[in-house]
Design a protein around this ligand. Structure first.
Ligand SMILES: Nc1ncnc2c1ncn2[C@@H]1O[C@H](COP(=O)(O)OP(=O)(O)OP(=O)(O)O)[C@@H](O)[C@H]1O
Ligand SMILES: [Mg+2]
Length: 242
């Protein structure tokens, strides 16, 4: 399980994460909600070990998160890909980084799960659609079977129908593959449909953390209550039932 213990981090001399603690059991989904500038991407960088911490620690099963122990799916679908390389080259790169051989059978299986035509993998990232590129980005994140996958606003570049479809494919793969998902978003509808637990980040601090069922019915913090009631009035939580 992922443990984030009282981490504090600075950006440009300013503290942008303060005393943040989170827990995410293997195979489960923790969704971090928070408005723009709350520190979500900074938290992602801290969990990935890309950012020095001023205090606290990040661990997986009580040991430091190993290199390659977590994979990232970014908001910008093509950002994971080198424009000069075929998608296949970029997708297999995490295997090489771990010293593992290419695994064509796994690649085929994941392509099926993500409804990606395997022939697309011979193309360059700018030659395929945004929706396909985002699913290829998920494929790249999953290829080396990391125990933890971090999604930073994974669907926001996609249209509403494609969002729903992609979210469903990811959820099915998560059940099959068993990875834990740490997902950062400001989409409460997505959180309501997919989270096991929710943490609300505000101005660099955890305002509230709770099992999803509890958060969406009885949020405890004033800010959590305002998020949930705004989402209800926008009809964004209807997806929970869908
Ligand atoms: N490289 C940097 N140098 C200085 N300040 C930074 C840097 N990166 C982020 N910040 C500041 O840290 C704070 C948190 O930023 P962060 O990118 O983590 O927010 P976020 O929650 O991911 O926002 P968004 O939803 O817009 O992506 C912001 O105030 C931001 O201006
Ligand atoms: Mg961000």
């Amino acid at each position: 399980m992922l443990s984030v213990d009282k981490i504090t981090a600075r950006r440009g001399g300013r503290v942008v994460l303060r005393d943040v603690s989170l827990a995410l059991p293997a195979g489960k989904t923790l969704i971090v909600l928070g408005e723009s500038g709350a520190g979500k991407s900074t938290l992602v960088g801290a969990v990935l070990g890309l950012l020095p911490l001023c205090a606290g620690r990040v661990s997986w099963d009580a040991a430091p998160l190993a290199r390659g122990g977590a994979a990232l799916v970014m908001q910008e679908p093509r950002a994971a890909f080198n424009p000069r390389l075929s998608l296949r080259r970029s997708i297999c790169e995490p295997l090489r980084a771990k010293g593992l051989p290419d695994d064509p059978a796994r690649l085929t299986r994941l392509c099926k799960g993500l409804e990606l035509d395997e022939a697309l993998l011979d193309w360059r990232p700018w030659q395929i659609s945004i929706g396909e590129a985002q699913r290829a980005g998920v494929l790249r994140a999953l290829i080396a079977a990391p125990p933890l996958v971090i999604f930073d606003e994974p669907l926001s570049a996609l249209d509403a129908m494609t969002q729903k479809h992609t979210a469903r494919l990811i959820a099915t793969l998560q059940r099959e593959e068993g990875f834990a998902a740490l997902t950062v978003t400001h989409d409460l509808g997505y959180a309501a449909a997919h989270a096991d637990s929710v943490a609300v980040l505000r101005a660099g601090q955890i305002e509230e953390a709770a099992p999803a069922a509890q958060f969406f019915t009885t949020p405890q913090s004033t800010y959590g209550q305002s998020l949930v009631s705004a989402a209800i009035s926008l009809g964004a939580l209807e997806r929970r039932a869908a």
